[in-house]
Design a protein around this ligand. Structure first.
Ligand code: GLA
Length: 380
């Protein structure tokens, strides 16, 4: 009898242990919900991707935009580490590109004009005479189709947009796929693909504003940044590259060794002034050969959060949120002050269509544009 009783308890104990364990072993998960409706009645959906560790990303079909990203700190406490608006209206009216996919041409094209095979195309100018992030109605402001996928690496969302021939002045109808995967290793991986029906230019990027402290009452000035770039493309007063490539050595733009973002941001250096008081520069990444390599990393000493950026792109735009000025009321009603977030936008160099010596941005029919960028999160 005693033996039977012991056996019974042993069985109950092991079953409880098994259930308790399977309760903590989460499966990657994707949930869809209605996020809002545009003026014309078009529905915008939100997809919640969760990985096996409990990290989460929320993506809306408007602009293929990351609206929140929850990652743990060194004590395992989760917080949202990207800036964003509270609702769809914010994304429609906002001019900050929070979390969006930017294209057809991320960053700037001077005079909003390109010439291909002797023919000049007038593009949509939306920053003075120049084009920024695809023009007045870029990829950040259209509704994408979405297809959830459960991959072995984690939860994934494939977004598709077909941009018509002549969209924002660009030649060729362009089909674009952007696939976000939240891997079980706490990486947000972004894969891009584009094809065209006529020769055109393309440069796609992702525009999340990270604040690794997880509390946007803080600025990013104490976060330590490293960029694997020996040089950058200097700009003029209108943010258009001068065409030169200059060394970062001996300037406040040198992040070859980790440095606090705020440590030299107010230095008397003309480029920082041109950039509206801070960093807004394309860094020429070292070791460009079309393969994915580490481009940059950011560390927040207060929470231990650490982000590494890997990309196959030739450049990365480091933007320190210089145009945030407290008038942007974001999630939870928080007013975003200057330097509340930082962007690391992997891309081709700005204004490349006018710089024949720079890595080319031309896409022809039959070719496939591909890009991979990975934001990897951990703690130290
Ligand atoms: C990019 C640009 C900045 C600014 C932001 C959006 O990162 O380089 O100059 O326009 O987008 O506010």
């Amino acid at each position: 009898m005693k033996k039977l009783l012991l056996l019974f308890f042993a069985l109950v104990f092991s079953l409880t242990a098994i259930f308790a364990q399977s309760g903590t072993l989460e499966k990657p998960m994707i949930q869809k919900s209605l996020y809002g409706k545009l003026k014309d009645g078009k529905e915008v959906y939100e997809y919640r991707l969760k990985n096996s560790k409990g990290a989460e990303v929320n993506i809306i079909t408007y602009g293929a935009t990351v609206v929140s990203l929850n990652m743990p700190d060194k004590n395992g406490k989760y917080a949202d580490i990207v800036l964003g608006w509270d609702n769809l209206q914010g994304y429609v009216n906002g001019t900050t590109y929070f979390g969006a996919i930017v294209g057809r041409y991320a960053n700037r094209i001077g005079k909003a004009e390109i010439t291909l095979n002797g023919k000049t195309y007038k593009l949509s100018a939306n920053e003075g005479e120049n084009l920024l992030h695809g023009g007045k109605a870029g990829f950040n402001s259209v509704v994408w189709d979405a297809e959830p996928l459960t991959l072995k690496e984690g939860a994934s969302l494939k977004l598709t947009y077909v941009s018509p021939d002549g969209d924002q002045g660009f030649p060729g109808a362009m089909t674009v796929h952007v696939t976000y995967t939240l891997t079980n290793n706490n990486e947000l991986e972004i894969r891009y693909e584009a094809t065209t029906t006529k020769e055109t230019v393309v440069n796609l990027s992702h525009h999340s504003y990270f604040n690794l402290s997880g509390d946007p009452h803080n600025t990013i000035l104490n976060e330590l940044l490293k960029i694997n770039a020996n040089s950058f493309t200097p700009i003029d007063k209108e943010f258009i590259p001068t065409g030169k490539i200059e060394k970062v050595a001996g300037t406040p733009l040198d992040f070859r060794k980790p440095a606090a973002i705020g440590s030299r941001i107010n230095d008397d250096f003309e480029q920082l002034k041109f950039a509206h008081g801070g960093y807004d520069f394309n860094y020429v990444l070292n070791n460009y050969n079309g393969k994915v390599r580490e481009a940059a990393d950011v560390y927040d000493p207060s929470t231990g959060r650490y982000m590494q950026v890997f990309t196959d792109q030739p450049g990365i735009q480091f933007y320190s949120g210089n145009f945030l000025d407290g008038t942007q009321i974001g999630k939870d009603g928080i007013a975003y002050q200057k330097h509340t977030g930082l962007c690391l936008e992997a891309q081709h160099y700005p204004d490349s269509p006018h710089e024949p010596k720079w890595p080319p941005v031309i896409l022809k029919p039959g070719q496939v544009y591909r890009q991979t960028t990975i934001y990897k999160f951990s703690t130290k």
